[in-house]
Design a protein around this ligand. Sequence first.
Ligand code: OXD
Ligand code: MN
Length: 625
Amino acid sequence: MTLLPPAPTRSSAKPVKPALVNAPEGADPGVVSWVASIAELTEPKDIVWADGTPEEYQRLVDIMLEAGTIVPVPARPNSYLARSNPDDVARMESRTFICAEDSDDAGPTNNWRDPESMRQVLGGLFDGAMRGRTMFVIPFSMGVVGGPISKLGIEITDSPYVVASMHAMTRVGTAALEAMHGTKDWVPAVHSIGAPLAEGEQDVPWPFNSTRYISHFPETREIWSFGSAYGGNALLAKKCFALRIASVQARDEGWLAEHMLLLRMRHEDGRVMHLAGAFPSACGKTNLAMLQPTIPGWKVETLGDDIVWMRPGDDGRLWAINPENGFFGVAPGTSEKTNATAMAMMTHDTMFTNVALTADGDVWWEGMTKEAPEGLTDWQGRPYDPANGPAAHPNARFTVRAEQAPSIAPDWEEAVPLDAIIFGGRRPTQVPLVMQARDWEHGVYIGSTVSSQQTAAAEGTVGDIRRDPFAMLPFCGYNMGDYFSHWIDMGHRLGRHAPKIFSVNWFRRDEDGGFLWPGFGENARVLEWIAGRVAGTAEGVDTAIGVMPATGALNLEGLELDQETLNELFEVRPKPWLSELVDVEAFFGQFGHSLPTGLVRQLNHVRWRLEHMQQTQLQAQAVPA
Ligand code: OXD
Ligand code: MN
């Protein structure tokens, strides 16, 4: 039986000669001995330490072109299309595990596994897993190297696609490796596609293994991922480190690691607001982060589109960074209309995955244009035939460096003080366009009850409504009941400096299924009201479920929206809301003792207000006109 090497943060460095593992001069001995232990286990044919340079990126591209993993996209300079295996196209929540010593620490919403037995399983799988392949060692930093909210990590992988993607998504290279000198504060992450190559065996363009384990060990801060080469399963800095492991670090160290976008909204008269927003996957986070306001005077500067780390600063405020270095966005639905900024950012130096190719050498996906162009090649490399399904996979992606976004803030790598936090989801009914939480605890309640229609970013039935608290359900590395308490505690700590919390829903539909709100650039109107609430200038009215814009407080100038539609956007119907609370209560019930009493208090308060509202309506109906 092969056991995994002990976690590096616990082991004292065994002396290993750096030359034996091809380590750059000056690499920390603890790092070198950990890399040696992984090499001993996985038996690669050689070891390459990533330095993050453009020359290295080009070498990776050449390897992938040669292997058929990617093909060029001639219409866009330095851009490529990777076609994954059709069985490796999404994050795999059912194969994602939290291996805490005590199952209670993983909580009811995570797949828990006992760490020792998982170590045995992984020991067997990783034994010789990289035979015949190159093992890449990727030192990286989340946030600028040495920044006050930044963290370090090393990913080991046998996939050149992963190394190239990590170049865009993190800060890879020598500076990160040097920063690890003399510290054990870095996260070790091991990834293998699990497809060793025998002597003389012909490789396939997208090797993978249908046995999959995406395993996290929160106590030792380790990540081990086996089998999949797709995005969140394999780019371990993203969901695995920056959310699952970082959320545990954040709990222990008094900060927050969140699945949020980060933006700055600036008015030419000098008003500025920093806002973070949590939305479940594929709810338009990237579009919102790159929003082009339709209302005069306002501009949005992008800071991040997926992950935010936040820490209370010396001034008592909550300071936030986007720890990533790039965007790994969903391509289908992205167009000149929905996100012109993203379209401009992808005109060069972009890695596409699972999109379609046009006859004249460009990319295409559903939603880019109304009609599919003639002569398409679909995401699996076949002539496009609608009978085979969409031309691009619904979870097809683009990977681009953040600096390529025309809307990126010039100082995007710096921390910003947060003014507002918004929670949203794809809700065809019930949830109003916007409302403000009455206070922080009510805001945590709103965050803990986020729900959305399921999309293609993960496995599952597209269209089903699922509860996704804080949009963190698949990404919280510990018991979500404790996570809610951590949020409530953060509010106590921040006191009057706490950002204001809001709920938004761009996706409410009318009886015929049409969207009530135009969305996209018009969402700036909602952000403007939020900015006004933060500044204390916008009017709100208290309702049973939260504070909504007072009549005339939402800027609708120039928008053709009749009063009936407006009413529908904000309508609160007590009956369906009360049945929704039954569902919330059942959802909360699974957390048992770990559910903070503050959330029960909030639930009861909302219920009481809705019951009161219902009675008043019934009485009003009973009164003859
Ligand atoms: C993502 C996701 O890929 O949330 O960002 O699924
Ligand atoms: Mn995401």
